[in-house]
Design a protein around this ligand. Structure first.
Ligand SMILES: Cc1cc2nc3c(=O)[nH]c(=O)nc-3n(C[C@H](O)[C@H](O)[C@H](O)COP(=O)(O)OP(=O)(O)OC[C@H]3O[C@@H](n4cnc5c(N)ncnc54)[C@H](O)[C@@H]3O)c2cc1C
Length: 406
């Protein structure tokens, strides 16, 4: 057994975990079935949570130089079409969000792990099975080279499942996510979109709430355009999401002019989003799960890269302690779950409540946007609630929502 830790999955969760582990002097192997750069279906928006992890690792500056658009605010519309523009981040003192294609972001993180942090990596290697002993500890990973089909096995002191929404770790551990905590999302790239700005756009279209339609600006008048909806709601409402996306850009009065000359670039693709409103077990005797494999996507915003980075930080810290103290036990690794949820739990709970409120009472969303468009004081409070806002954690969300009834 030569490795301290084998990390499976080289997306943001896995690449960041491996960098934190390597920085602490651990012998780590990072494996992915893909060869980088590879695409990942996503809205491509990143906020202050990822920024904090990248600053911690000293790799923030180079990240901001990737092809991107810096984001300072949000344009939002309600189901009845009331639209408002909000500045969320102080342009003098704040850290902007960015829209960076995941193909570029993930390649940057993977190559940085490999070249700057000297993490040992294997690309084009899929984990095809995980073997466990009678106590539920992993004994080996069975691997296959995707190209040559050559098979081999790997063992380590500790394992990290960072293998995304369809995680083989979660499957083997029987950790399913109920359909009310799963979103299906579509992503399309469009060229030549009019009216893009330095704001991300979230449109709460009538058929989708509490899901939404988004337009996230990329350089050169390109945009990441997509929508997401909770799988249970989608089934109940019988919505065809591809048609909904095509109809929205072609017919919705808010977008029709802006997409008149626009061109779909590539295919419309779908992927799933396991939400943190379902607190999935994320540790065992000698392993932890991070990122989507641990079901950590925010139930309101759909932001998962930021929480992936938070889980990477907490997981690596506990794994390093476990190795240093020779405490490789389920009881010790449970500290990861505790530390992670101490940090994200309050926000997840509040965001889930707001998501449910929007689903039950969609008229409230119209009221919210109308009131925010007319009342600057109310709008300030509303701005603090939004994904990527600087003061998001500081506000009592429920007392604010109650003002809608006044
Ligand atoms: C439509 C959509 C829109 C989204 N929009 C946003 C957004 O705008 N902002 C945001 O923050 N989040 C967004 N998310 C969520 C975000 O994409 C995820 O939370 C994020 O990718 C999680 O990162 P990860 O590293 O856990 O998983 P991933 O990025 O999925 O990486 C997992 C890696 O594991 C590898 N892998 C999988 N199985 C195996 C195996 N058996 N063996 C070896 N390797 C394996 C894969 O090749 C992959 O590289 C969106 C998601 C979707 C679906």
């Amino acid at each position: 057994m030569t490795y301290d830790v084998v990390v499976v999955g080289g997306g943001p969760a896995g690449s960041l975990t491996s960098m934190f582990l390597k920085r602490a002097g651990k012998h780590v192997l990072l494996i992915d079935k893909a060869t980088f750069p590879r695409d990942k279906i996503c809205g491509d928006a990143q906020g202050r949570k990822l920024a904090a992890s990248l600053k911690d690792l000293g790799i923030y500056e180079d990240y901001t130089k990737l092809p991107n658009v810096a984001i300072w605010g949000i344009r939002m519309s309600s189901p009845n079409g009331t639209q408002i523009d909000m500045d969320l981040i102080d342009r003098q003192t704040g850290t902007p969000g960015y829209v960076t294609r995941r193909q570029d972001l993930d390649n940057y993180l993977f190559q940085t792990a490999k070249e700057k942090f000297h993490v040992e990596t294997k690309e084009g290697v899929a984990i095809t099975d995980i073997l466990f002993d009678d106590n539920g500890a992993i004994t080996e990973l069975q691997c296959q080279n995707v190209e040559t089909k050559e098979t081999f096995s790997l063992a380590a002191k500790l394992y990290v499942g960072a293998d995304g929404a369809n995680s083989i770790f979660a499957q083997k551990l029987d950790l399913s996510v109920p359909p009310e905590h799963f979103i299906v999302g579509l992503r399309a790239y469009y060229k030549n979109v009019e009216g893009l700005s330095d704001k991300i756009e979230i449109h709460l279209l009538k058929n989708l709430v509490p899901g939404y339609f988004w337009i996230f600006p990329l350089p050169n008048k390109e945009a990441n355009v997509g929508l997401g909806m909770i799988i249970k709601d989608k089934k109940e409402k019988g919505i065809n999401l591809v048609q909904e996306l095509k109809d929205s850009v072609a017919k919705d009065p808010l977008f029709v002019e802006r997409f008149k000359e626009a061109e779909l670039d590539g295919e419309i693709k779908a992927w799933s989003l396991p939400l943190s409103s379902h607190h999935r077990k994320n540790y065992g005797p000698n392993y932890v799960l991070v990122g989507d494999a641990a079901s950590l996507i925010d139930p309101l915003s759909g932001e998962g890269v930021g929480t992936s980075s938070i889980s990477a930080r907490h997981a690596s810290k506990v794994l390093v302690e476990a190795l240093d103290k020779n405490e490789i036990t389920e009881g010790f690794l449970k500290n990861y779950d505790k530390n992670l949820w101490d940090e994200i739990g309050k926000e997840v709970k509040a965001d889930y409540r707001i998501q449910r409120l929007g689903a039950k009472f969609p008229f409230l969303l119209n009221r919210l946007m109308e009131k925010a468009s007319k009342n600057p004081e109310f709008r300030k409070k509303f701005e603090q609630l939004l994904p990527y806002a600087e003061g998001k954690d500081k506000i009592g969300k429920w007392s604010f929502i109650a003002q809608l009834f006044k």
